[in-house]
Design a protein around this ligand. Structure first.
Ligand code: 3PG
Ligand code: MG
Length: 387
């Protein structure tokens, strides 16, 4: 992008502004702040700026207010010190003049986004003179707004944030110091379990939390009650957990924090992992497990962290994530952390300064660690080399 003259051009920028929102307010704006230098540079160059992003995982074709980007538009306006109108109906044309910035409503409201529908991608491409892919956090998705649009836009290029992430992670992960420990948690179980198979070949120890840990607990034959887990992935989990010297160790939680409902005021109790009842949900790793995991992190040469290990937004279930965040910060090893909820946890526990590199990517960063070529990078490379 920095090589192009953008004056007077219509520039469509794909950012990853998928941030946590609660009651219409952005609760962690790390991803928004990471995108600011790119946006500011394009405005300063005299372009008409259209920003495109997803938020959450709405059902396509069914716009719902809870997934609106309005809170992001408001926060962006504050940070940029200028108006950032949200454009709700934009796919057939956007009114924007040079020097203006508009945010296009959640791209996942459009049917065809996630299957990279060609007519949809062509419409996106028709909105602009230049398409800038800057959403490192979504670079692992082959969607219309991350991939197809880059095939059809008159010019498609990488943005500064995407380039910087690729450079920094590439440097950090070339010849990593051992032992290499990954912490993978969060709620996106089905997509991350497959990533774990590849990660298990790369790292020495794989610490799992959240719904992923629950899947391993269930795979070991324990009752997980009503906990979030992936019932049709028990075989994969069992296979990964099986002792294999070439693959990462996967220590499973021995104690957990449970409740009978998912809410901030739910009554939490600590129990052994084999004592979970049918009407209970596992919402955090237990204190004993957290200490054991913290010790593993203290001895790590390199740490990769993606995803909280419990529902840290609720105080009663925050201990595991807090203990691990502090352990990662205190570890002398080189630490790389990323992902929407992970950034929120880093903010909450004030450990940003003690993490060696913080990425805006979650799943994308895990796939990068696996050594995969990210689809968005592949298409941009193809466009740039004319192949
Ligand atoms: C993320 O938060 O990991 C990215 O924004 C991608 O979101 P997705 O996993 O819903 O595609
Ligand atoms: Mg995420």
């Amino acid at each position: 992008m920095v090589d192009l003259d953008l004056k007077g051009k219509r520039v469509l920028i794909r950012e990853d502004l998928n941030v946590p929102v609660s009651d219409g307010v952005v609760t962690s704006d790390a991803r928004i702040r990471a995108a600011l230098p790119t946006i500011q540079a394009v405005v300063d160059a005299g372009a008409a700026v259209m920003l495109m992003s997803h938020l959450g995982r709405p059902t396509e074709g069914q716009p719902e207010n809870i997934f609106s980007l309005q809170p992001v538009a408001s926060r962006l306006a504050e940070l940029l010190g200028r108006d950032v109108p949200l454009v709700r109906n934009w796919i057939d044309g956007v009114d924007v003049t040079p020097g203006e910035v508009v945010l296009l409503e959640n791209v996942r409201f459009l049917a065809g986004e996630k299957v990279n529908d060609e007519p949809l991608a062509r419409k996106m491409a028709a909105l602009c003179d230049v398409f800038v892919m800057d959403a490192f956090g979504t670079a692992h998705r082959t969607h219309a707004s991350t991939y197809g649009v880059a095939e059809y836009a008159p010019i498609a290029c990488a943005g500064p944030l995407l380039s910087a992430e690729l450079d920094a992670l590439g440097k950090a992960l070339t010849n990593p110091a051992r032992p290499m420990v990954a912490v993978v948690g969060g709620s996106k179980v089905s997509t991350k379990l497959t990533v774990l198979e590849a990660l298990a070949e790369v790292v020495d120890t794989l610490i799992v939390g959240g719904g992923i840990a629950n899947t391993f607990i269930a795979a070991a034959g324990q009752n997980v009650g009503k906990s979030l887990h992936e019932a049709n992935m028990l075989d994969i989990a069992r296979d990964l957990a099986a002792n294999d010297d070439d693959r990462a160790d996967i220590p499973v939680p021995t104690d957990v924090v449970v409740a009978t409902d998912f809410s901030a005021d739910a009554k939490a109790s600590n129990k052994s992992v084999d004592a979970v009842l049918d009407d209970e949900l596992i919402l955090d790793i237990g204190p004993e497990t957290a200490e054991r995991f913290a010790e593993i992190l203290a001895g790590a040469g390199t740490i990769i962290w993606n995803g909280p290990v419990g529902v840290f937004e609720f105080e009663a279930f925050a201990n595991g994530t807090r203990v691990l965040a502090k352990a990662i910060a205190a570890s002398p090893g080189f630490s790389v952390a990323g992902g929407g909820d992970t950034l929120a946890a880093i903010d909450k526990y004030g450990v940003a300064e003690h993490i060696s590199y913080i990425s805006t990517g979650g799943g994308a960063f895990l796939e990068f660690v696996e050594g995969k070529t990210l689809p968005a990078v592949e298409v941009l490379t193809r466009r740039a080399t004319g192949l």
